[in-house]
Write a protein that binds this ligand. Structure first.
Ligand SMILES: [Zn+2]
Ligand SMILES: [Zn+2]
Length: 104
């Protein structure tokens, strides 16, 4: 399953360039694939088995935008495990997005 379209990929590449990647996380395509991912794994964190609230990109969106909406590149994680995956994001990105959106 892959919800990426040429059009969306072009937009996403622009957002990455402009540091507006948050727009990707607001897209209906992301919301959909995110929900599918959580459902597929029964909302269990793939690291520790607790309840997952986030969906992680194994290949980062910035590095491989073409994989951003591909089911096989996604896995659910709880907040704790997800923070461990992204130590750099805590400092680098807006804290607000990380804590409220829970979509990384
Ligand atoms: Zn976990
Ligand atoms: Zn992640």
């Amino acid at each position: 399953m892959d919800l990426m379209t040429k059009q969306l990929l072009m937009k996403l590449e622009q957002w990455i360039e402009q540091d507006k990647i948050v727009r990707f996380y607001q897209s209906k395509e992301w919301r959909k694939i995110r929900a599918v991912t959580l459902r597929m794994y029964g909302s269990r964190c793939q690291q520790c088995g607790k309840k997952a609230t986030m969906v992680h990109h194994k290949e980062a969106v910035r590095k491989r935008p073409e994989l951003a909406l591909r089911l096989s590149n996604l896995e659910p994680e709880c907040k704790v495990c997800h923070n461990k995956e992204h130590p750099e994001k805590l400092a680098k990105f807006h804290k607000k997005i990380f804590e409220n959106e829970e979509r990384w």
